[in-house]
Ligand binder design. Structure first.
Ligand code: ADP
Ligand code: GLC
Length: 476
């Protein structure tokens, strides 16, 4: 292929396999290597959280000073190369070397604005000394100050001449809010506290900084790019996003088939393909055995793997599960943790139907794979879903998704590959589940849908090509 390559530095608070709470990490673990495979040069900047093992990392810079709020933070920069991609870890034990990425059991860390401002500041140092960069690509509010710093603080510096900025919104619901009085601690002067800049409903928003100052905006599905321009999904930023629609595009995430493919997955009981679907039953039996429901092979098994956040819509289940677990006698395995009321909802039903429902509290990648492979149906009734990755994994595993038609769920699930409902309503969810169970009862129809689902291709290569084209457009 004959094309100019771009040098891109991404900044993110998560990247698989180093630090993951959700899909953001999956994206940062897969998109950069895919861009590098296409011929671009992409590096990633991450905090060195306490849980990341850097014993085999290389120290590539010591004593990088990031000046903020009248003082400076001295960081070391470590580097690991994974899948041909350099990951730069910003090492500052006082800021990042704690248990937990964003907070602990007492809540969010009070200095997150400083922690992520330092991350953005360190990215500028990395670009200057280690990885000359043409496009700075920030992800979510944690990287929201990156374009502000570039546009306002280093614009006259030859190291940054012509640099462009891209900002990706993975979730508009997390806005990075902080009190005006604390902005200076993040290295931002009070003059930026204006309604057309960082001010948002009486606070400063780091997400808004990303949206206002970036040259290009993306979000993670075409449908979500439309939705966030409406008051229903705009979290109060829809007006701003409508004003910036000219530079906003929705680029669908991909599925990392190196990690999520039942033909090669090392974390499941037996590998299978669309041609050996009978082996999927081995995975179902193994999962049921593991959770103590081994005698329920003949019943439909519904899986959930999720952060338990109101975004995910599980509150709808309160009005549905008695019917499903009760007289319809389905089985369910739920893996997740998060908001207390949702944890209580699932542990309450697990206590009420102990032989039919298991709530596995916590985070387990192995269990996530076992549920994808072993379940018949996969449930995602999201209130909103910027993209969603689990439904794409489910397609590949022939585990038919039952989803609310919003954001990326609507973009990726079709009538022949899964089940959709539109209104955010318990009744509509119940009706959709009933439809799925009716198809399950007809093995020929169900299997036809499984084969269609497994044949879908959402590989990252296509998404990476769209990002690559966007970078080239910005640089031309
Ligand atoms: P979100 O990013 O909003 O959480 P996505 O569907 O984009 O939703 O991505 C979620 C990712 O996190 C998937 O890779 C999913 O398997 C993983 N995940 C979520 N909860 C858990 C959990 N409790 N244990 C293991 N993996 C999880
Ligand atoms: C966010 C969204 C999710 C998306 C992920 C990766 O966490 O909630 O829908 O798939 O980011 O872009």
């Amino acid at each position: 292929m004959n094309k100019a390559m771009s040098r891109i530095l991404m900044v993110s608070s998560e990247a698989a396999p180093f630090a993951k709470t959700g899909g953001l990490a999956d994206v940062l673990g897969a998109l950069p290597p895919e861009l590098n495979a296409l011929g671009d040069e992409c590096g990633v900047v991450l905090p060195h959280y306490g849980s990341i093992d850097v014993s085999d990392a290389e120290l590539v810079y010591s004593g990088l000073r990031v000046y903020l709020g009248g003082g400076f933070y001295e960081c070391n920069i470590l580097k690991k190369v994974v899948r041909n991609t350099p990951y730069f870890f910003v090492d500052h034990p006082g800021l990042y070397g704690r248990d937990g990425f964003y907070g602990d059991r007492y809540g969010d860390f009070g200095d997150n604005h400083i922690r992520y401002a330092v991350l953005c500041g360190a990215a500028l140092g990395i670009a200057r000394y280690l990885f000359p960069t043409q496009v700075f690509h920030g992800h979510d509010w944690q990287a929201g100050l990156l374009p502000l710093f570039i546009k306002n603080f280093v614009a006259g510096d030859p190291a940054f001449f012509g640099a462009k900025t891209v900002f990706t919104i993975h979730n508009l619901g997390y806005q990075g809010l902080l009190a005006r009085e604390r902005l200076w601690e993040a290295g931002v002067e009070d003059r930026f506290y204006r309604s057309d800049l960082l001010e948002f409903r009486g606070a400063a928003s780091l997400l808004k900084s990303g949206i206002v100052f970036s040259d290009a905006l993306t979000t993670v599905s075409p449908r979500y790019a439309e939705e966030i321009q409406t008051s229903e999904y705009g979290f109060g930023m829809d007006g701003l996003l409508r004003a910036r629609r000219g530079v906003l595009r929705g680029l669908l995430n991909g599925c990392d088939y190196e990690e999520w493919d039942p033909a090669t997955d090392k974390l499941i009981a037996k590998n299978y393909t669309a041609k050996t679907l009978e082996c999927k039953a081995v995975c179902k039996q193994a999962l049921l055995d593991e959770v103590g429901m081994g005698n329920r092979m003949s019943r439909p098994l519904v899986g959930i793997v999720s952060r338990l956040a109101s975004q995910k819509g599980f509150d709808l289940l309160g009005g549905v599960l008695d019917e499903m677990l009760g007289w319809r006698d389905i089985s369910m395995v739920v893996l997740g943790s998060g908001e207390k009321d949702l944890e209580n909802l699932f542990s309450g039903f697990a206590a009420k139907y102990p032989d039919r429902m298991i709530f596995w509290h916590g985070f387990s990648n192995r269990m996530a794979h076992a549920i994808e492979a072993g379940s018949d149906l996969f449930l995602m009734p999201s209130r909103y879903e910027p993209c969603g990755l689990n439904q794409m994994y489910s397609l590949k595993y022939g585990t038919l998704p039952v989803v609310r038609a919003t954001g990326g769920l609507d973009d990726t699930i079709e009538g022949d590959t899964g089940f959709k409902f539109w209104r955010f309503d318990s009744w509509d969810l119940a009706e959709c589940l009933r439809g799925a169970l009716a198809v399950y009862a007809d093995p020929v129809r169900f299997q036809r849908m499984q084969v269609a689902a497994m044949g879908k291709d959402y590989s990252w290569a296509r998404s990476a090509q769209s990002y690559s084209a966007l970078y080239r457009e910005l640089l031309s």
